[in-house]
Design a protein around this ligand. Structure first.
Ligand code: GLU
Ligand code: ZN
Length: 276
């Protein structure tokens, strides 16, 4: 029997806040899956989030990962890749798959947008009106046209099994932000392809995003990885641990002298109990 190719995984934190236990778990999942399959574990700093990005945090991230006992190969940060994002956006525009959207968040709320898997689903206001050249525009994926162009698609989650692409979960997402040549969806899809990532690991809170990413891979002719969305650590109150107020950042725990490798071992035990 053919042995599966060694996986390439990655941890892709955004330096707009410190790392918490949820991040540690994500990094450990990616690291351990790569090691178990004799593959590679990459670190990519997702630093394009403009004013909220604090480059100095990336150094803390590296120290935190080292403290957890992880080893990685670091690949280029997102801020060095802006031209590749712009080129992909142009290719999608040339195919007529994007449309400009000048709506503000308030306008989207007022247009009666419904809550989707990840925030409001865009109600399509700008899809059928000429853009106002005086207002800054984001560019959205026309999900109906995208579906027509790709036909039915499937992606594979290691835990949840095969998934039929359903773009209605997130609607017409932004691919080019008003202030940046990419959104999370476009940047992460291009970067994972450019870095040769073959197993995308991240928390189950980003599960729905993979429907969009699979579609972008088809539209842009990119290789298709497998995914592994791990369950989230929940606090006793059932809230996401990473977001819980007062849960200390990894940096604080490290600086307080806690043993990071021991913490990593505890998280591995918790992962088993979460059923991965
Ligand atoms: N920068 C993203 C985050 O920190 C990465 C998510 C992903 O792994 O795709 O949420
Ligand atoms: Zn709009």
């Amino acid at each position: 029997m053919d042995r599966p190719a060694p996986p390439v995984t990655r941890f892709a934190p955004s330096p707009n806040g410190r790392l918490h236990l949820g991040h540690a778990l994500s990094a450990i999942v990616a690291h351990d899956l790569a090691r178990a399959g004799g593959g590679r574990f990459l670190l990519r700093i997702e630093d394009i989030d403009g004013p909220r990005s604090r480059p100095e945090l990336a150094d803390d991230f590296r120290r935190d990962l080292e403290w957890l006992g992880l080893e990685w190969e670091e690949v280029r940060a997102q801020s060095t890749r802006l031209t590749s994002y712009a080129a992909a956006a142009e290719a999608l525009k040339a195919k007529g798959l994007l449309y400009p959207c000048t709506c503000t968040r308030k306008e989207i709320e007022e247009a009666g947008a419904v809550e989707g898997s990840d925030g409001l689903i865009y109600p399509g206001t700008c899809k059928h009106r000429p853009p106002d050249p005086l207002r800054p525009a984001a560019w959205r994926l026309d999900s109906a046209k995208a579906l027509a162009a790709t036909g039915p698609l499937v992606w594979e989650d290691a835990l949840a099994g095969p998934q039929a692409v359903d773009l209605s979960l997130l609607g017409d997402v932004v691919l080019v932000r008003k202030d940046l040549p990419a959104s999370y969806h476009l940047a992460v899809t291009l970067d994972d392809a450019a870095d040769g990532v073959t197993l995308v690991t991240r928390g189950a809170d980003l599960f729905a995003a993979s429907h969009v990413h699979r579609t972008l891979q088809a539209l842009l002719g990119l290789p298709v990885p497998r995914w592994h969305h791990h369950p989230l650590l929940l606090g006793e109150d059932g809230e996401k641990l990473a977001k819980r107020r007062g849960s200390p950042a990894l940096t604080e725990r490290r600086e307080a002298g806690e043993d990071g490798r021991m913490l990593a071992e505890q998280l591995r035990v918790q992962l088993l109990s979460l059923g991965t």
